[in-house]
Design a protein around this ligand. Structure first.
Ligand SMILES: *Cc1c(COP(=O)(O)O)cnc(C)c1O
Ligand code: SF4
Length: 456
């Protein structure tokens, strides 16, 4: 009896049309609701030239594009937000058009790219710029060698868009009121030093080619970097990292020179039995449209594997339904969900961070929704440079105090690293303790004591 009921429930769920929501991708001319793009046809709108030339890089330009779609309160709030932001603004018309301008305050895409003063929170007291300490692990400028067999190569410092929450706000993008950056330009001489270093370290097998963003490299630069790395015997695999497919998918179809440079490196790698893939960065199901599917189909036809690294953000994707839809939709367009990162400690974006608990809850609900190989691992990149850890693998998590401790056996053996929950999520009395320097150090010391006691 009970079993039969259970079965019926399951069948009902199978017939539930919302279970198919991930397959309904926008094919309507959604950009035509933006006054500036009203007359623009589909082919023009999605071309990389249109998207690049019409990038929104200031409040004035946003106003010009939107006309009356947003009111003066919104623009004032945005100006306030930009005062305290580590990143200047840059958004593509594609993203601007996917924002719901009837309610920009709660829109998940607006939240990622346009800071609002009314939503900002004070930074966490333990925040330091470059919280991952990437520069400390850099043997040559623009290469971080932290894990024994793989390294992160920052090829340039610009991107097709600037995300509010960028972990590399110490280097990426234009200087702002808040941050003067370490610049890393696309420069062959610097790259060649990186290649010599990589060639001199036989234990390296895997390179992350990042930035900035490789969408901004020219076709011949993609080819040059790819060929230099393929020529190094001990390099077995590498990934090009780009936000591009999420913010300007049309480029893969309208810039054949760029796409074929990428496909060419992938093919050459395959002939040499080396794996070359594309890693991208979708955070919300609304970023995936029919055009995304066309672009991913183009790569699928040419045998290019695409994986996704998302960032868990409060008010964007920190709920079970959104994350399920994101993962199912990515899988549907053949993008493999690889990682979901807990938010790093970055200046001016405390409102986007989540507690460890909320991410763990989402992971628990997500696992089993779809194939295991399309289920992302939830990762904490520990503050201070302890490296990536599975969020479940903490040595200690004191939810009441809002502090987690992780060990780092591969990166810095014997050392412990922290994760801090956002202070505004804690009880009032605990918030007060975090704000006091001595009491804060005490919370941190007590957490470490507890770990040491447990391990004895
Ligand atoms: C994330 C990262 C890598 C790649 O790690 P994977 O777990 O293989 O994705 C390599 N180097 C650095 C410094 C990184 O931060
Ligand atoms: S695209 Fe990547 S590197 Fe560029 S601003 Fe966004 S998160 Fe930072």
């Amino acid at each position: 009896m009970e079993l039969a009921e259970l079965e019926r429930d399951n069948t009902d769920e199978l017939n539930d049309p919302s279970a198919m929501a991930h397959r309904s991708l926008r094919r309507d001319p959604f950009w035509k609701s933006i006054p500036a793009y009203e007359q623009v046809d589909e082919e023009t709108f999605h071309s990389h030239l249109f998207q690049t030339r019409n990038a929104i890089t200031s409040v004035e330009k946003l106003k010009d594009a939107l006309g009356d779609l947003a009111d003066s309160d919104f623009y004032e709030d945005l100006r306030q937000g930009l005062h305290h932001a580590p990143m200047s603004i840059r958004i593509s018309p594609y993203i601007v058009s996917l924002i719901n301008w009837e309610d920009p305050f709660s829109d998940p895409l607006r939240t990622q790219f346009l800071p609002l003063g009314s939503q900002q929170l004070p930074d966490h007291p333990e925040l330091h710029l470059d919280s991952l300490n990437e520069q400390a692990d850099s043997p040559v400028p623009g290469l971080t060698h932290r894990y024994p067999d793989r390294a992160l190569f920052l090829t340039l410092d610009t991107c097709p868009v600037y995300c509010r929450f960028c972990t590399r706000s110490y280097a990426v993008g234009l200087d702002t009121d808040e941050v003067e950056k370490v610049h890393m330009s696309a420069n062959r001489k610097r790259w060649d030093e990186v290649f010599s270093y990589v060639a001199s370290r036989p234990e390296l097998e895997d390179i992350v080619i990042s930035g900035g963003d490789v969408y901004n490299l020219r076709a011949e630069q993609i080819r040059y970097i790819g060929e230099q790395l393929l020529a190094i015997d001990h390099i077995r695999r590498f990934r090009f990292a780009s936000k591009g497919p999420a913010v300007m998918p049309g480029k893969l179809l309208t810039d054949p020179e760029w796409s074929s440079a990428l496909v060419g490196v992938v093919e050459k790698g395959r002939e040499m039995h080396k794996e070359v893939v594309l890693h991208t960065h979708f955070n919300h199901p609304n970023e995936i449209t029919g055009k995304t599917k066309d672009a991913m189909d183009y790569l699928m036809e040419r045998g290019v594997t695409v994986r996704n690294q998302a960032v868990l953000q409060r008010g964007v994707n920190d709920n079970i339904e959104t994350m399920k839809l994101l993962v199912k939709r990515l899988s549907y367009v053949n993008v493999q969900p690889y990682y979901v990162f807990f938010h790093d400690l970055v200046q001016g974006v405390e409102d986007l961070r989540t507690t460890l608990e909320s991410g763990l809850e989402i992971e628990k609900a997500l696992r089993g929704t779809t194939s295991g190989f399309n289920t992302p691992t939830f990762i904490v990149d520990t503050f201070g440079g302890g490296g990536k850890r599975d969020a479940h693998s903490f040595e200690l998590y004191n939810q009441e105090a809002g502090i987690g401790v992780f060990a780092s056996p591969t990166v810095r053996p014997g050392q412990y690293f922290y994760y801090f929950d956002p202070i505004d999520c804690l009880a009032d009395e605990v918030q007060e303790r975090w704000k006091d320097d001595d009491l804060r150090r005490k919370i941190m010391a007590e957490a470490l004591d507890m770990v040491n006691q447990n391990s004895r």
